[in-house]
Design a protein around this ligand. Structure first.
Ligand code: SF4
Length: 509
């Protein structure tokens, strides 16, 4: 019998690389009534394979980081297993002391999920899969008596529901300083696995203390930094403090591990602000040498053929467009066909920027913010980049005047083929806006509807061109292309339907 004392797992919506396209991962936020279970798993969320013993070939970066933390703190590889949630029965037995669960948006109340689920009035896949996993874990817990520990970016969502899900301990924030002590106490025969304290808040970890991953991460996410010093009041990464860059040696190590798990020899850099990597500037100036050195290390020392990125702000592109031209030329010389990142535009209103997120504009002023966004997105479009940009809709301080500024900005940005995705404001419990009211579709005014429709009309106008870019990345997977195509048509039809049903909401100009 395998001796897995610590079993780490996540639900099925976090057990896929979404066909190698991170944006498709947002499919987990769609409610089941518009994207049925079988379509979701067949076209968008093909499940990762497992080894015969039930362990995962590739797992989320969060699980890999906790696995590495356990091993660094003295647990053996035999004691810690990162497991496919379909095969928990294979690894969990009377020897199991702890089941650790990592969750992104377990209740489906994060910004992306609540936007779709309150518009379409359905239950999202991430919530369905989390509930399914927790039913299974509870059943096994009743049989074997282990402790359940949950962490991850969505851990805060279940703080008031721990007993309902059978969760013994919750880790909110970064896990590296909490997990070793917590797990060793729970695994220790002396204290019989019992601890009075139930919720632990993880401190910010020093980059030198972040362990090297021991197995490949899904989506080949390679973490290059943590935190973001820009201080937006509604944002969870803001609470992670100043941006902390990881040493190049760690990135190189993790990239090599991830490269072994990459299906197409690509890599995705995980950061809140990728193009500020290596910058020590208090003014948020990008450091070209540090970024180019990072890219060159990945291409030349790891042998990766494409490097994608997650989040970035837009200020670096507006501040130094020449650098982005040189970077794009470099990527092109390496055979890249797609360039893009996921920035947050959030609003077109300088007043809102100054009140809630003035750091997002730096090194520009809040007054300059809308022009900065325009300049950055024009630079990106001219260089062939397609960014997936989010906006936050329903901020408590935004009335018609503020929203008119956003409507105006979207009109200016219509010339560029980037995607603009409005998401509803969610007062996350780990932010300073936790006492504000969540925004849902029922609270939409004609101005909110205008922003939503202008963005999606724009996205649909450029959908065919963007679809071709995505299709060129996913190669010959005809079935996936078919699924994406079908979802585009559903979206187009829904927007037409919405405009007919709600003429009162779409007349604002
Ligand atoms: S810039 Fe982005 S990641 Fe940083 S605090 Fe603002 S919203 Fe969060």
């Amino acid at each position: 019998m395998a001796r897995a004392e610590i079993v780490l797992t996540s639900d099925l919506s976090l057990t896929s690389d979404y066909n190698g396209i991170p944006y498709v991962g947002f499919g987990a936020c769609l409610p089941q009534n518009i994207c049925p279970h079988w379509i979701y798993f067949k076209f968008f969320c093909p499940l990762e394979p497992a080894y015969p013993d039930g362990t995962l070939v590739r797992a989320t970066l969060g699980l890999r980081t906790i696995e590495a933390t356990c091993i660094q703190s003295g647990f053996s590889r035999e004691q810690v297993k990162v497991t496919h949630s379909l095969y928990l029965d294979k690894l969990i037995n009377k020897n199991t002391k702890i089941v650790g669960i990592s969750a992104e948006d377990p209740l489906g109340i994060g910004p992306a999920t609540s936007t779709w689920s309150t518009i379409f009035k359905g239950i999202p896949h991430n919530r369905i899969e989390y509930f399914r996993l927790m039913r299974k874990v509870k059943e096994l817990k009743n049989k074997y008596g282990f402790k359940v520990v949950m962490g991850g970016p969505g851990a805060w969502e279940v703080e008031a529901h721990m007993d309902k899900f059978g969760i013994d301990h919750l880790v909110i924030g970064e896990g590296e300083y909490v997990i070793p002590e917590l797990f060793s106490q729970l695994a220790s025969p002396e204290n019989n696995g019992s601890l009075d304290r139930r919720v632990f808040y993880g401190r910010q970890v020093k980059p030198k203390d972040v362990p090297l991953i021991q197995g490949p991460a899904l989506g080949t996410y390679t973490e290059i930094s943590r935190g973001c010093g820009r201080g937006c009041k509604f944002c969870a990464p803001n609470t992670a403090g100043k941006m902390r860059d990881f040493p190049l040696e760690k990135i190189l190590h993790d990239a090599k591990i991830n490269a072994k798990g990459s299906r197409d020899n690509s890599m995705c850099l995980q950061s809140e602000d990728v193009f500020l990597y290596g910058s020590n500037s208090k003014h948020f100036y990008p450091d070209e040498d540090a970024i180019m050195n990072l890219y060159k290390t990945l291409f030349e020392d790891v042998g990766i053929s494409r490097v994608f990125v997650t989040h970035s702000t837009l200020a670096p592109m507006a501040f130094d467009p020449d650098f982005f031209e040189r970077l794009t030329k470099y990527l092109r010389s390496k055979g890249h066909r797609y360039y893009g990142c996921q920035p947050g535009i959030e609003t077109g209103c300088s007043k809102t920027i100054e009140e809630i997120m003035h750091g997002k504009a730096l090194p520009f002023s809040s007054e300059e913010y809308p022009d900065m966004i325009y300049d950055a997105l024009r630079t990106c479009a001219n260089l062939g980049w397609t960014n997936v940009c989010t906006l936050v809709s329903g901020l408590p301080s935004e009335g018609p005047d503020e929203m008119k500024d956003t409507i105006e900005l979207i009109k200016r940005l219509d010339a560029f083929p980037h995607l603009y995705i409005p998401l509803f404001f969610v007062p996350m419990q780990v932010t300073s806006m936790k006492n504000s009211r969540a925004f849902i579709a029922d609270n939409m005014t004609p101005y909110h509807a205008r922003i939503l429709l202008d963005c999606w009309r724009h996205n649909i106008k450029h959908m065919d061109r963007n679809y071709r870019v995505v299709a060129s990345e996913i190669g010959h997977k005809a079935i996936v292309k078919m699924g994406i195509r079908a979802m585009i048509e559903v979206l187009k039809a829904y927007i037409r339907y919405y405009e007919r049903r709600h003429p009162e909401l779409v007349m604002v100009h």
